[in-house]
Design a protein around this ligand. Structure first.
Ligand code: C2E
Ligand code: CA
Ligand code: CA
Ligand code: CA
Length: 275
């Protein structure tokens, strides 16, 4: 039994070592990914629930690794955050997104995900200001998506950053509402313009009475606070019907459109077709 235990230990040690090495390799490759042209952006439509029109797009980052192929942001974003590389990558995402949106003939919004490290970085507001100024994008067409978890590192600093962004005219959405360190008081403490309900609540909204009750209460909260609510991860007609019946303003999900290259959405960004 003793030798067996040691073997198990060695197995774990080897496995841990491999994971650490894997992480270091990815971290190293991440540092060069933007410069090597391995990153690109995809766009997912956000729609008005009442009439189905496209009101804007969320920008989602994609990494095509030369040897490993596509790596999910769920894997590389946490590594980029812990290593600080997210600052460099995030700067690129913001500039690219503003540059792209400024070329659209229709004044749709562009929503960019911003992580905790970026929010707390000293020149973040200046970076946003520069991105808008250089591209000529009107500030009210840019929305930053921030999770509540991103605010807790230094709440007063985060608050000041969000206020400065607001002063620029940029809009602020609370991302993944209902997950993590979610707290209703955050809706009062920070100047949010929109609530995004996490997709995990939408998935069973038409089948599960508890989930439906939670979604209804978030919609009520939004109404009471005068904040529009966007439901994420909408995949079925039944989910969309539920949201329409409950007066949810906005929706996003595979049902309305999967994230794709912006060229796929030219009829919305440039055409006279908004549905
Ligand atoms: P998120 O901000 O909550 O983005 C929504 C995620 O749900 C995206 O995953 C999107 O592709 C996926 N999704 C959209 N509609 C549906 C649906 O109907 N069903 C399902 N099952 N999923 C749907 P993705 O693109 O893999 O991104 C994962 C996360 O990575 C994002 O979650 C965000 O936290 C982070 N991320 C992505 N791009 C960026 C970025 O540029 N900067 C930062 N800081 N984080 C990013
Ligand atoms: Ca988001
Ligand atoms: Ca989200
Ligand atoms: Ca999420």
């Amino acid at each position: 039994a003793k030798s067996e235990g040691r073997g198990t230990y060695r197995f774990f040690e080897a496995k841990m070592g491999a994971q650490v090495r894997e992480r270091r390799l990815l971290e190293h490759d991440l540092r060069h990914a933007v410069a090597r042209g391995e990153m690109h952006l995809v766009y997912q439509p956000q729609t008005d629930v009442r009439n189905g029109s496209v009101t804007g797009f969320e920008v989602l980052l994609r990494w095509l690794h030369p040897e490993r192929g596509a790596i999910s942001p769920a894997v590389f974003i946490p590594i980029a955050e812990e290593s600080g590389v997210i600052l460099q990558i995030g700067e690129w995402v913001l500039r690219e997104a503003c540059r792209e949106a400024a070329t659209w003939t229709n004044p749709l919004t562009v929503a960019v995900n911003v992580s905790a490290v970026q929010i707390h970085a000293p020149h973040f507001v200046q970076l946003v200001h520069e991105s808008l100024f250089r591209t000529g994008l009107k500030p009210d067409r840019l929305e930053v998506e921030i999770t509540e978890t991103a605010l807790i590192r230094d709440p007063s600093r985060a608050q000041s950053t969000l206020r400065q962004l607001k002063a620029l005219g940029v809009r602020i959405a609370m991302d993944d509402f209902g997950t993590g360190y979610s707290s209703v008081s955050n809706l009062r403490a920070y100047p949010f313009d929109k609530i995004k309900i996490d997709g995990s609540f939408i998935r069973s909204v038409d089948a599960n009475e508890q989930t439906a009750a939670i979604v209804r209460s978030v919609l009520g909260l939004g109404r009471g606070l005068g904040l529009p609510v966007l439901a994420e991860g909408v995949e079925t007609d039944a989910e969309l019907r539920f949201l329409a019946a409950e007066d949810c303003q906005a929706a996003q999900g595979y049902l309305m459109g999967r994230p794709a290259a912006i060229e796929q959405f030219a009829r919305f960004t440039h055409g006279n077709q908004l549905k």
